[in-house]
Design a protein around this ligand. Sequence first.
Ligand SMILES: NC(=O)c1ccc[n+]([C@@H]2O[C@H](COP(=O)([O-])OP(=O)(O)OC[C@H]3O[C@@H](n4cnc5c(N)ncnc54)[C@H](O)[C@@H]3O)[C@@H](O)[C@H]2O)c1
Length: 354
Amino acid sequence: MANAQQARRVVITDKNARAFVEKILVANGVPSENALIVADCLVQADLRGVDSHGINRIPSYMARIRNGVLSASASPLVKQVTPAVVQIDGQNSFGFLGAKIGMEKCIEMASTFGIGMASVKGSNHFGMSAWIVQQAVDAGMMSLVFTNSSPALPVWGGKEKLIGVSPIACGAPAGDMPFILDMAPSVAARGKIYKAKRRGEKIPLDWALDAQGRPTDDPAAALEGVMLPMGGPKGSALAIMMDVFSGVFSGAAFAGHVTNPYDPSKPADVGHFLVAIKPDLFMSMKEFEDRMQYLYKRVTESEKAQGVEQIFFPGEIEQRVRRERLQSGIPYAEAEIEALNDEALKVGVSPLPT
Ligand SMILES: NC(=O)c1ccc[n+]([C@@H]2O[C@H](COP(=O)([O-])OP(=O)(O)OC[C@H]3O[C@@H](n4cnc5c(N)ncnc54)[C@H](O)[C@@H]3O)[C@@H](O)[C@H]2O)c1
């Protein structure tokens, strides 16, 4: 296991990673404008160090296209419900597309009405939520980004894998260092367990239970069992909240009926819930930004607990990783690049050098 932990990394620039993934997507029937969006969202995750939700998801997404349970060529349909609300039918297209169009509409509506809301049904996995929050931050907007997902967690007191570890994300612009919270309601995102499995690594004992209900450090055994919620009943309640807003409310699948993105047997019908809010509704933009910066300073300059070197704002570690990786490239495990190259070869795309 120690050797696997130190497995060789292959460094790829974000530009090359994006171009490579775009080609695989196009070769699998995704229109090039949509391929560009999907590739960019996945690379954004790798740039932020959220490697569990980056380009390594391509083989599982392509398996779903090949099996006809994710539509490569579909684009989402947008219906205006009120001046500040749109409803989107993803038409079983990539979740990245419905979420991107949804947040674009939210931003547009919030610019006029102060707030814009989008509900998305018939969608698929959209990877890391933070790219959608960043889309709002780039437009100077606050946001809420919710999604539901496939069963991974028992509800508090339960035993059966029922609710998704669906991430809760939100953000606010604040000059150089926006507030970006993006967290699964489990101790750790399930994608981190898939990543450990791919990389031959162990996981901490408090992340999941095996099929017999015992704590495990083996990612394969953990995937057979259940994830553990963060904060006991509170994590379980937050997971249910994501299903209320993204599943019940939107008309998408809910209550344990969303399909796992690694399961190529049936459509997923994921739901999302997106909101953009204009930050200067109650004061000038300058005053809002000054207040955010004051909050940032108060948080990061607060007295440190013993053994703590630095206090970070939510999203700050990922932003630092992003700056570094934009400069020096993204390190991928060799086995991950090999899996991507296998996928490339299936459709005649030149492999990445290892
Ligand atoms: N699409 C899906 O269905 C799905 C499902 C689950 C998770 N995910 C994604 O998985 C990713 C990982 O989720 P996670 O819960 O494991 O994230 P995480 O535990 O790594 O981070 C959660 C939040 O805590 C903040 N944080 C972490 N360490 C910090 C520190 N030392 N100081 C200050 N803030 C800190 C991060 O900035 C982040 O906002 C997310 O991007 C999420 O969107 C997606």
